[in-house]
Ligand binder design. Structure first.
Ligand code: SAM
Length: 361
């Protein structure tokens, strides 16, 4: 297989900013000029779904060694770290997993994050299975701004096969309504498209969510982790998806909301809203990647495709001061040089990588 050649990228690139990494509030910049801007926080490595492309049942079975509870960062530890990341320029946090809503009392964490000055966007990615009117309201009241719900197909049989726990589409649709009613908007709906599995349902999804104010985002199937048996042939490219949609409804490109936004935004020309396309495989965006990831056990990862994280939990539990922790975070980011998707090739999918359920999607 030849190296995958990126197609043209119309996203903005972030201006380079010189930084004193240790000064409070100072943005930190890595070796490729990328600023630290968003933090994804995994609150658990467990999930109640077994999506075939993420946590295949034959690997994540009964005997899988999930993290014991005392290995997980406490909410207080997470909030303390989040505050230090904000000092270094983070303004946006996304809670994820595993399935983040499996973590008991999640609104208590959200409230602690909402109290951090400078954090202007707190979002949650969920499969929706535990998102009800009550839980959505509790999250909103605690200070959550938005949710992204994953839904790969409207075809019940296809969806049940993909989540591999026989979970029905109807309950995810109810979760989306609950999120919207609670004001966790705009609701984004993430769809991983796998060739021959759910690509024939793309138009039905678009038709269902056009005009609702929800933002559907189609994600190229990625070679995360080492367990999903990824093959390039299974990837439906963003370009193909766009052509499929354009044949039905004319779309016009929209500017990124902020530099480094992962989704390429497109608006329906008839005013029925927008969709996003996330092309990590065919059109990588490493050059504008501003995301750090904190695993449920407190490792700082710099890339979704990394093999190893930096253990912040040991520092936290070893009595490190805020200044020491902040200095480590800044120094790890400043040394960052990864660009996995840019250099993806025949050899890279088999490189050892952390599983997505461990560091969070
Ligand atoms: N459990 C939550 C959920 O289902 O949204 C949050 C965690 S999940 C890992 C986050 C997102 O990653 C989901 O939208 C999921 O579909 C996506 N994802 C998982 N594996 C993927 C893969 N191989 N390629 C692309 N996206 C993937």
């Amino acid at each position: 297989m030849p190296r995958i050649v990126p197609i043209a990228d119309h996203r903005n690139s972030r201006p380079l900013v010189a930084a004193d990494a240790l000064a409070p509030g100072a943005p930190v910049v890595d070796t490729l000029g990328r600023r630290l801007h968003d933090l994804r926080i995994s609150v658990t490595d467990r999930c109640n779904f077994r999506c075939v492309y993420c946590m295949p049942r034959d690997v994540f079975g009964r005997d899988y060694p999930f993290l014991p509870h005392d290995a997980l960062l406490t909410f207080e530890e997470i909030a303390r770290l989040a505050r230090l990341f904000v000092r270094h320029g983070v303004t946006k946090v996304r809670l994820t997993g595993g399935e983040p809503m499996l973590r008991r009392d999640l609104p208590r964490l959200v409230a602690q994050l909402a109290a951090i000055d400078g954090l202007t966007d707190i979002a949650l990615t969920t499969n929706g299975s535990l998102l009800t009117k009550q839980s959505a309201r509790a999250l909103k009241e605690a200070g959550l701004h938005r949710v992204t719900v994953s839904l790969d197909s409207l075809d019940d049989a296809v969806f049940r096969r993909m989540n591999d726990v026989d979970f029905p589409v109807a309950r995810v649709l109810d979760a989306i309504d609950a999120a919207a009613d609670a004001g966790l908007t705009p609701v984004k709906i993430d769809v991983v498209v796998k060739r021959g599995v759910n690509d024939d349902g793309v138009l039905a999804l678009a038709r269902r969510f056009r005009g609702t104010g929800h933002i559907l985002r189609f994600i190229e199937y990625m070679d995360v982790g080492n367990t999903n048996g990824w093959r390039l042939d299974d990837v439906v490219s963003g370009r193909e998806l766009l052509e499929m949609l354009q044949r039905e409804w004319p779309l016009v490109p929209a500017d990124a909301n902020y530099p480094g936004e992962v989704a390429e935004r497109w608006r329906y020309a008839d005013g029925a809203g927008e969709i996003g396309i996330i092309t990590s495989v065919t059109q990588p965006f490493c050059g504008s990647c501003t995301r750090a990831r904190l695993s449920a056990s407190g490792e700082l990862y710099l890339c979704l495709f990394a093999a190893k994280g930096h253990d912040l939990r040991a520092l936290l539990r070893g009595g490190a001061s805020d200044a020491e922790l902040a200095a480590v975070i800044a120094s790890v980011w400043k040394n960052r040089d990864d660009r996995y998707s840019d250099i993806r090739s025949e050899a890279t999918p088999s490189l050892k990588k952390v599983e997505m359920s461990h560091i969070g999607g």
